[in-house]
Write a protein that binds this ligand. Structure first.
Ligand code: ZN
Length: 209
């Protein structure tokens, strides 16, 4: 007599996220920053600037290097089918036109399919794409596309609201101006009620989709 087999336990499926992106060449970046200082009429050998190339290169390396992480999804055992929204996730990135930061918040929502995602992981996915030279539109789309492909939800929506230092410090000097971008897939794109619910919960009431 053998004991009955225990029912199989649905294990979380971890997969490791590593983006194929060339690493920052820090020594070359240091030399380039020293050259930039010279071009700006500054002496990189001056005492108060002596450490600047190293610091700037290190800062860019940090801002442009995403940390790999394990992404774990779980079976949607409860059959949860309402909108899940992670709102006001801080986001920071570098604009590819001026190499200046843009910062703000992201709202990421999805309608679960067969799998659900740990809520903290939305911030990790966002950060992974944000640590790059970016434009806000592309960042928004990349996060939405990635979630659609890897989580296969019934719908996904990403809204980013950000202030760009290249707009607020220079050019038109539009201080406090926020740029809003959105990307939608699946039911959040196709179904008006779901879309409205997503934008309402994101604090975007009345916004046309
Ligand atoms: Zn810019």
């Amino acid at each position: 007599m053998t004991a009955p087999e225990p029912a199989p336990v649905a294990e979380p499926v971890p997969f490791r996220i590593v983006r194929g992106r060339p690493a920052v060449d820090v020594p070359a970046a240091e030399q380039a920053v020293a050259a930039l200082l010279r071009a700006l009429g500054k002496d990189p050998a001056a005492v108060h600037l002596a450490d600047t190339p190293r610091r700037v290169a290190g800062a860019f390396a940090e801002l442009l290097t995403g940390a790999p992480f394990e992404l774990t999804t779980f079976p949607n055992d409860g059959g949860y089918d309402e909108l899940v929204l992670a709102a006001d996730i801080p986001v920071q990135s570098l604009c590819e036109h001026h190499l200046l930061p843009f910062t703000g918040v992201a709202h990421i929502g999805y309608l679960p399919g067969d799998r659900i995602l740990g809520l903290s992981k939305f911030a990790r996915v966002l950060d992974l794409f944000a640590r790059d030279l970016q434009v806000q539109e592309r960042l928004t789309q990349q996060v939405a596309d990635w979630l659609q492909t890897n989580l296969a939800p019934r719908g996904v929506g990403v809204v980013i609201e950000a202030e760009h230092l290249c707009m607020s410090l220079r050019g038109v000097r539009a201080r406090g101006a926020r740029t809003t971008t959105s990307a939608l897939h699946g039911l959040l794109r196709e179904d008006a009620r779901s879309r409205q619910e997503f934008f309402a919960l994101s604090g975007m009431r009345g916004r046309p989709a």
